[in-house]
Write a protein that binds this ligand. Structure first.
Ligand SMILES: Cc1cc2nc3c(=O)[nH]c(=O)nc-3n(C[C@H](O)[C@H](O)[C@H](O)COP(=O)(O)O)c2cc1C
Length: 220
């Protein structure tokens, strides 16, 4: 099939877009309002977007509590959502009022950031502490009526890693077993059973690709 997604229709029961752009990492975003009320919510329109300096982004459909808090206080955290933490991650997405602290709602212990005043999930194997940079309102967004999509960017100023997940100097993502978001109500888990390593490709003297070997442990 092939369809015009601006003026046409897919004709399917549900929009396949998010099932195509998958898997997506889950940005489990911790924040705190000026009021002091804490907040935790998952966002799968999330990713790392720059390395030096580290930047992450997530996008919110409407001005949700996370957006309100972050624009108010200028800080937030990311906690790595893992297979073990699925119920808490999912629970923290419940349509809870601003007054409800999702750490309490889901019985999740939290840690106060070391570098920013926002909480992250104590049991997460890794967390990022972020300073808010800016929001980009996607065309069509209308803050007056709270409609539209808002993309929050943050600079990572601190990183937490549970030492248990460092193996031979490398963050062992397969051991952490991160959740990934697929389309519809589908999820996946990254583990040893579905990961592999390869070196970057090299060319021979004639410009042809050489056989690509298993990763030799040197990150290029
Ligand atoms: C795995 C998962 C991913 C989600 N991704 C998004 C997203 O990218 N954008 C969004 O607006 N809502 C997303 N949601 C819904 C929010 O988590 C939900 O609306 C939540 O209540 C927002 O919380 P807040 O108002 O405390 O920020 C997602 C929910 C789940 C379970």
């Amino acid at each position: 099939m092939h369809y015009d997604c601006v003026n046409g229709s897919h004709g399917l029961p549900y929009d396949p877009f998010k099932a195509i752009v998958a898997p997506r990492p889950i940005g489990w975003i911790g924040s705190k309002g000026k009021s002091g009320i804490q907040n935790l919510a998952p966002y799968s329109y999330f990713n790392a977007v720059a390395d030096k300096p580290h930047f992450v982004m997530f996008s919110s459909v409407g001005i949700k509590d996370s957006v309100k808090n972050i624009e108010e206080t200028g800080v937030f955290t990311f906690s790595l959502a893992t297979e073990k933490l699925f119920d808490a991650m999912n629970g923290s997405s419940a349509p809870a009022n601003y007054e409800i602290d999702e750490f309490k709602l889901t019985n999740l212990p939290y840690v106060k950031g070391k570098f920013v005043d926002a909480p992250y999930v104590k049991e997460s194997p890794a967390a990022l502490e972020c300073e808010y940079w800016k929001t980009i309102d996607i065309p069509g967004a209308d803050r007056e009526v709270g409609k539209g999509t808002y993309v929050i960017f943050g600079k990572v100023v601190g990183v937490y890693i549970d030492d248990e997940f460092i193996t031979d100097g490398v963050f062992n993502a397969s051991k952490a077993r991160p959740l990934v978001r697929l389309g519809y109500m589908n999820y996946g888990v990254v583990g040893e059973e579905n990961t592999f390593t390869k070196n970057r490709p090299q060319l021979d003297e004639n410009g042809n690709l050489l056989e690509v070997k298993e990763w030799d442990g040197v990150y290029r």
